[in-house]
Design a binder for this molecule. Sequence first.
Ligand code: AGP
Length: 612
Amino acid sequence: MCGIVGYTGMHEASPILVAGLRRLEYRGYDSAGLATIASDRLIVRKRAGRVRVLEESLEQEPAPGSCGISHTRWATHGPASDRNAHPHIGGRNAEVAVVHNGVIENHSALRRELEAEGYTFASQTDTEVIAHLIARELARDGNNLFAAVQRALPRLEGTYGLAVVSAKCPGEVIGAKLGSPLVVGLGEGEHLLASDPVAIAPHTARVAFLQDGEVVRLTPDDFEIHHRERGEITPRIDRIDWKPDAVELGGHAHYMVKEIREQPDTVLDACRGRLRRAEGTSRFGGLNMSARQLRRVRRVVFAACGTSWHAALVGEYLIERLAHLPVEVEYASEFRYRNAPLDDRTLVFVLSQSGETADTLGALREAKRQGHPTLAIVNTVGSTIAREADGGIYLHAGPEVGVASTKAFSAQVTVLTLLALYLGRLRHLSFTDGLAVVDAMEAVPAALQRVLATEPQIEAAAARMAQAKSALYLGRDLHFPVALEGALKLKEISYIHAEGYPTAEMKHGPIALVDRDTPCVFIAPKGSLHAKTLSNIEEVRARHGTVVSVGTEGDEALAALSDVFLPIPDMPEVVQPLLAVVPLQLLAYHVARLRGCDIDKPRNLAKSVTVE
Ligand code: AGP
């Protein structure tokens, strides 16, 4: 999705605006630009391509000024080009510059209206109509950009996160939010604006997340927020407890591999303060539902997208196993329109790393509209989904920058394991069985360190897959979702087609794909279904398929059947997904490296899909 940064303060804006875009690059984009105000001049620099191209143009033609806005564009209307890059300029004398994240549904009608009044358009984007609308209002009230923006917004149908500057109001940055995220950074003698707090984390830990319908006016020493109905409001100030280098690479080659290697700490942080050894259970602070209310729940529905959907599927197996509660996992985009029959004993959970995914937010709002209690498992503090749910659980995974989600998956599965334990112990799960889960969870970080130590082996194995045209990922029970996740990792960063299946399902069609060029990746740690999986592997070998397996260290029988054997420590089944996924993450990473792919910014993908 598009990235937005705004700055007003005592420093030159351009370097801060560009550095902020650098931190948002992972979101995926195709062009970048900025606008600054230098005394009474509006200066605009924008280019198709990477932020690097914009930086080169700034070296030739600097953009002075201590107030400005910048943007990375993920194209929705019109191809990637200098003309379509943001900022867009509004007014007959280029009075206003606007950057925008979202979609304006009625942009064509507005464009016709404005053209009829003599406004000329330079781009094919929906955003440009916003710039002219604001300029038209500013022309009616020359020196109040804040008021002009508030008068223009009601004409827009659709979603926006906006930042606006004008040479008529030097030192001011105006922001407005409806459906796309926008956060204010509160500094000393400076204020910032961003579509994601990661862009401004090095400047301040104090942030205020704008809510739908709010407009903010920033100056170096002050800020004010107005709501379209409620007037001036006092925002909640959140603290982003990220270590300053949390968004830096820290010596790793890519954010994705940095975040894979962070996972022992990720699991520790997701468990912190939530394990109750003395009671053989877990505890969450933000569910906002009592034990009595949770005991009354007769069904759980998860709604999520992508990797979060895979994590939810692990949660289904875990909650049904430990709490005997029926669970349904829905694609959020389907759930919000399919009108699934839900009774009043159904608890709806949404899962989202970003907390801004439009489909997942839509599913949450649909569940709330029907009157269901809604909970959210989210990573980004203060995000829209986190704020709109009735309660929830934060992942505490820190910023996940790589587009391919890794540590967030592990954090989600950790939280879901603890949730299954909690719900189980509310019902029939014994203290002894509960304590066994607590023990297993506490052993996971050290076990993950041992898996990470096998990275050289995994890197070598990647060479066996780097030229494949397609791959099958196969797992049973708890490892079926892990197979799906492994397949998604491979396809989204190496562009090799991959599919995940329940292992036994292979016989019902996919085995037709098996040949020497189609690696079959089996997730087969020791467990109740291990022997059956060995039989499935034999079926692949009988057809000269290449077998890559993830299994329990020392499993000679599995190793003997595998062209590549990737060991994980012998751990209880309930925590095996947390271990088995890591070799698959590293496998995808090293295959993508061998293929020279853009790992942190895979083609066509965005980190947070805030459009439907
Ligand atoms: C996963 O690697 C992808 N980046 C994508 O499928 C992602 O999981 C999905 O868009 C959901 O994002 P969310 O967790 O932020 O809602």
